[in-house]
Design a protein around this ligand. Structure first.
Ligand SMILES: [Zn+2]
Length: 408
């Protein structure tokens, strides 16, 4: 098979060709010589670097049919899933997670950083399943894994802490904390910083999920990141609490996040489903302050988080959908805002997980998605099809929709 040439697409707002050689983008220019290439006609279609999923839970996907959903006065999503995962087997996780990965690729994603739960309930069965999928999808999806402590680390002697270290030794590349699951949030954060430094891996925290300002931890995480010289090595998911701070306080916290080089990953679909359930009026949306964070110079990304489980029963690994959810939840509808929303699932997402070798530029890996739209606003508004998904120069998904308008 010859190298691909994408002909006539919109690249950086201009009609240009993209020529691939040996898995990388060789040239981007108008009217390139197609000889020796397999030509893909993408005339007037939007060509983007492929989507990057930075915060997703394939191991607990597709279990909504095994349990009840959220209801007033009922158990939390964490409690519902904790009960179920005691019975997860390696094959069960593998089958459900495989479906997530396939859907993600079909929807334009070629790099995914996934959380893998490690605790006394599931032990390392999720790790084994996800390591299998890493091998199975090599060359199609770059699957990176986080050793994640969804249940906290201080309530089971040292079982979870020992297993987390084992997970990292088994090849998981990042340590993932969840401070609000332990009574002493700072002790939890300190353990993760100490362990990540000792093991030489980056850190991710599910942080500040509450609407109680007293539960804020992102200021402390920023302080620790700077004190330990880990700028650029820490990502935070959620940050919902930012939204309930007084504006002056929030601006100071956001400034510290920027100074710490912390990337913020917003998870709008889950926030909208889980948050504000006891509000009697003016229901809280729970989505972090995307516009303010971005304006202050913080690297912000969007991600899917949960798929068909009590946290997000309608979750779906489609980052174009998350861009629309974010637009709806965060008052981001002006044309310039719709344009930068796609950065939050491409370049910003890549930066958040330290993916330096990425982007729509000559010399970079040919990881591309072609959308059936002329621009970002149309892509998000119409939720257009991802016509082609390309990983390292190879077509890994092709999608089409048939529409017949039978009236004039
Ligand atoms: Zn999550």
């Amino acid at each position: 098979m010859s190298d691909l040439l994408l002909r006539g697409g919109f690249v950086d707002g201009r009609r240009q060709d993209v020529a691939v050689r040996d898995g990388r983008i060789h040239r981007i220019a108008a009217d390139l010589d197609p000889r020796g290439h397999d030509v893909l006609d993408v005339a007037d279609r939007l060509v983007l670097p492929a989507f990057v999923e930075t915060h997703i839970h394939p191991d607990k996907a597709f279990i909504a049919d095994r349990t009840e959903g959220l209801r007033a006065g009922g158990p939390t999503a964490q409690i519902l899933v904790a009960e179920l995962k005691k019975r997860f087997t390696v094959d069960d996780v593998c089958q459900r997670a495989r479906r997530v990965v396939q859907l993600a690729v079909r929807h334009g994603c070629t790099v995914m950083r996934a959380h893998v739960e490690i605790d006394s309930f599931i032990e390392l069965r999720g790790v084994e399943a996800m390591r299998r999928l890493q091998v199975e999808f090599a060359g199609v999806l770059d699957l990176r894994l986080i050793a994640f402590a969804q249940e906290g680390i201080f309530d089971d002697q040292a079982v979870t802490r020992d297993l987390l270290r084992e997970g990292v030794k088994a090849g998981l590349e990042t340590l993932g904390g969840c401070p609000y699951m332990d009574r002493d949030q700072r002790a939890h954060i300190d353990w993760f910083f100490d362990t990540a430094q000792a093991m030489g891996v980056p850190l991710d925290f599910h942080a500040d999920s509450s609407d109680d300002p007293a539960m804020l931890t992102s200021d402390y995480i920023a302080e620790q990141t700077i004190a330990r010289g880990l700028q650029g090595r820490v990502t935070l998911g959620h940050l919902s609490t930012l939204d309930v701070l007084e504006p002056g306080h929030r601006a100071r916290v956001i400034g510290r996040l920027r100074d710490a080089g912390i990337s913020v990953i917003s998870l709008p679909a889950t926030e909208l489903h889980v948050k504000g359930r006891t509000d009697a009026h003016r229901t809280w949306r729970g989505v972090t302050r995307l516009g303010e964070l971005r304006a202050a110079g913080v690297n912000v990304a969007l991600s899917t988080n949960n798929i068909v489980n009590p946290f997000t029963p309608y979750g779906h690994p489609d980052l174009l959908r998350q861009a629309l959810v974010a637009a709806m939840a965060s008052h981001l509808g002006n044309l310039d805002q719709l344009a930068w929303l796609l950065d939050l699932v491409t370049t910003n997402a890549a930066r958040a997980i330290g993916l330096a070798d990425y982007g729509l530029a000559e010399g970079r890996p040919a990881d591309l998605v072609v959308l059936d739209a002329r621009d970002a606003a149309q892509a998000i508004t119409e939720q257009v099809e991802k016509l082609y998904v390309i990983k390292a120069g190879r077509l890994v998904a092709r999608n089409a929709r048939t529409n017949e308008l039978l009236a004039p």
